[in-house]
Design a protein around this ligand. Structure first.
Ligand code: ADP
Ligand code: MG
Ligand code: MG
Length: 255
């Protein structure tokens, strides 16, 4: 059993007016086998949390910690984070011109598994995963994310998830910009990934619609850089009904 523990995390970002605190004390624990939906209005700091955990240089952690099985993630290099079993799918995946998808996937698999996958096995694995995600084979030779549509980028994130099988995945708005069919394909991919029952997922989203396909064990409402409330799936139903108003008002009253 693995645990990802975020403890009293504070982080700031550099803006033109100076640095601004975005994460104001995030506490959250995800254990293997659990799916957590992490929901909050636009601008609440969801992506900042993902970037801070990923080690993006623009998002400075000022205090708190992120522990993966007791090891401080914030002290790891980006590569070490991946090798430790942490996967981060960003809201806006980067394009890498000149690096083909197939080379990229193979290097990523080699890095996370600690050895190069056997060619014949690997080719089969990739083919199967691409077919499951309804990705055309021609994408293998294309540069990573270059010129991909929003939906194609999201499918490729899930392709990585499927092939790398990390212990923990933080998925930032994997559902945004997807049409109904793509949403189903991507959700099915995430469900396949969690099938083994030993993966932990933090599913960041501001829409409840992906939760029709992926059943979370826990739902967190994130407001102004903090978890305002945690509960079960019923919390997502409430958001679907009444939105974030109750939570944002509560935060304002407390401020
Ligand atoms: P969410 O993902 O919940 O929509 P973000 O984490 O993207 O929220 O943003 C939280 C707040 O931090 C917003 O007010 C946003 O404008 C600000 N912010 C995030 N990144 C930057 C940046 N690189 N420069 C300036 N402000 C930023
Ligand atoms: Mg957003
Ligand atoms: Mg965001």
């Amino acid at each position: 059993m693995a645990t990802l523990e975020i403890k009293d995390l504070h982080a700031e970002v550099d803006t033109e007016e100076g640095s601004k605190e975005i994460l104001t004390g995030v506490n959250l624990t995800v254990r293997s086998g659990e799916i957590h939906a992490f929901m909050g209005p636009n601008g609440s700091g969801k992506s900042t949390l993902a970037y801070a955990v990923a080690g993006h240089p623009k998002y400075r952690v000022t205090s708190g910690s992120v522990l993966l099985d007791g090891e401080e993630v914030l002290e790891m290099s980006v590569d070490e984070r991946a090798r430790a079993g942490l996967f981060l799918a960003m809201q806006y995946p980067v394009e890498v011109p000149g690096v083909s998808m197939s080379n990229f996937l193979r290097s990523a698999a080699t890095a996370t598994r600690g050895e190069a996958p056997q060619v014949r096995h690997w080719v089969k694995e990739v083919k199967q995963a691409m077919s499951d995600l309804e990705i055309d084979e021609s994408f293998s030779e294309r540069s990573v994310n270059e010129g991909f549509s929003g939906g194609e980028k999201k499918r490729h994130e899930i392709l990585q998830l499927d092939l790398l099988k990390p212990k923990f995945a933080i998925l930032d708005e994997t559902d945004s910009g997807l049409d109904v069919d793509a949403l189903r394909v991507v959700s099915d991919g995430i469900n396949r990934y969690t099938e083994s029952g030993d993966k932990g997922v933090l599913l960041i989203t501001h829409y409840t619609r992906i939760l029709k396909h992926i059943k979370p064990d826990y739902v967190h409402v994130f407001v102004k850089g903090q978890v305002a409330e945690s509960g079960g799936p019923e919390l997502a139903d409430e958001l679907e009904e009444s939105g974030y108003v109750r939570f944002t008002e509560k935060k304002e009253a407390a401020a």
